[in-house]
Design a binder for this molecule. Structure first.
Ligand code: PLP
Length: 343
């Protein structure tokens, strides 16, 4: 077949991801591969949103996701209600007075690791006839399976943990809704936002070590979190394995383990962050995450650079914030590098 219509590599990968997310439609896969995580998110929005309808999402999403929502809202003519999901009564209020087609969540969120109650969101979506979409990139299906809580659609940037090699870019959509699957398949095929067979092949092989990688990454992250709590230069730490995380109960209920991402704030702000990036030796500064290498990034000037200053201040993306994606290197080497760079 012509590869835009389907390719054995992409189909094999889609079937594997559907199985991992715990959702195979009868006799057919429920997953589709796309050119990137952003292509998967765009496909979901284009398939579900209609002119005049409303999309509800929480603040603090990955920067490009908020940007693409704003872009598509202008083009398609839908409205966006940005809500703080810690108060679900506000979500209900919007659902009662608007035609809401989609409730979109990213949990844990990038980079501040806020979590959303997937079961509650799916129940509210079902009650009001809105489709629910969850970005499961940070958790992966080994840690959290949104479809099992009743969420309609899961999107992934497989570029990150699922591939794990930092060498491929692809995305995935997995849905429990057979009608939506048909719309998505047609749309991705006609718009040409399919995944290339080579990227699918890279991701397929990367996926085989996901369990092993995550185990080591989570162990490393847990120890690094403890080390950071001892450093005077660090004022705030965001980690889903923090027993004092404000959503610790929710995390325990819907995630099997913490995700190996840590964000932390340096007391001395931007100058300290710049020094940190200059001083790291083993850890790399790069615009990705979920790699076997430990990677850090400055959200304020990279992943969230196009988000308005007022919005960044509101959600907590400050000049001193550093996002650390913990890899599989030797723990002593990692803590040594962090120690010397922070000091
Ligand atoms: C949570 C999340 N979703 C989606 C994306 C977009 O993925 P991609 O770069 O594969 O388009 C990213 C990228 O960093 C992300 O962090």
């Amino acid at each position: 077949m012509y590869s835009r219509y389907g390719n054995p590599n992409t189909v094999a990968l889609a079937e594997k991801l559907a199985a991992l997310e715990g959702w195979q439609l009868e006799g057919a896969t429920s997953a589709l591969m796309t050119a990137s995580g952003m292509a998967a998110i765009t496909a979901a929005v284009m398939a579900i949103m209609t002119p005049g309808s409303t999309l509800i999402s929480h603040t603090g999403l990955y920067g490009a996701t908020s940007e693409v929502f704003n872009l598509l809202a202008d083009k398609v003519g839908f409205n966006i209600a940005w809500v703080d999901f810690s108060d679900m009564s506000e979500v209900e209020r919007i659902l009662e007075s608007n035609v809401v087609n989609m409730i979109y969540v990213e949990t844990p969120s990038n980079p501040l690791l806020n979590c959303v109650d997937l079961k509650l969101v799916s129940e509210i979506g079902i009650k009001h006839g809105a489709k629910t979409v969850a970005d499961n990139t940070f958790a992966t299906p080994l840690i959290q399976q949104p479809l099992s809580y009743g969420i309609d659609v899961v999107v992934h940037s497989t570029t990150k943990y699922l591939a794990g090699n930092g060498q491929s870019i692809a995305g995935a959509i997995i849905t429990r809704d057979p009608e939506l699957y048909i719309i998505l398949e047609k749309q991705i095929r006609l718009m040409g936002s399919h995944c290339s067979p080579f990227e699918a092949w890279m991701t397929y092989h990367g996926l085989k070590t996901l369990g092993l990688r995550l185990r080591k990454q989570v162990d490393n992250a847990t120890q690094i979190f403890k080390a950071l709590t001892q450093m005077d230069q660090v004022t705030k730490i965001y980690f889903t394995g923090d027993p004092t995380h404000p959503q610790a109960n929710l995390i325990k209920a819907q995630m099997r383990q913490p995700v190996p991402m840590i964000s932390f704030e340096l007391k001395a702000g931007l100058s300290a962050a710049n020094h940190f990036f200059d001083k790291i030796q083993l850890i790399r500064q790069a615009t990705t995450l979920g790699d076997i290498n430990t990677i850090c990034l400055h959200p304020d000037t990279s992943s969230h650079r196009n988000i308005a200053l007022r919005e960044k201040q509101k959600i907590g993306i400050t000049p001193g914030l550093i996002r650390l994606s913990v890899g599989i290197e030797d723990l002593i080497d990692l803590i040594g590098d962090l120690n010397q760079a922070i000091k």
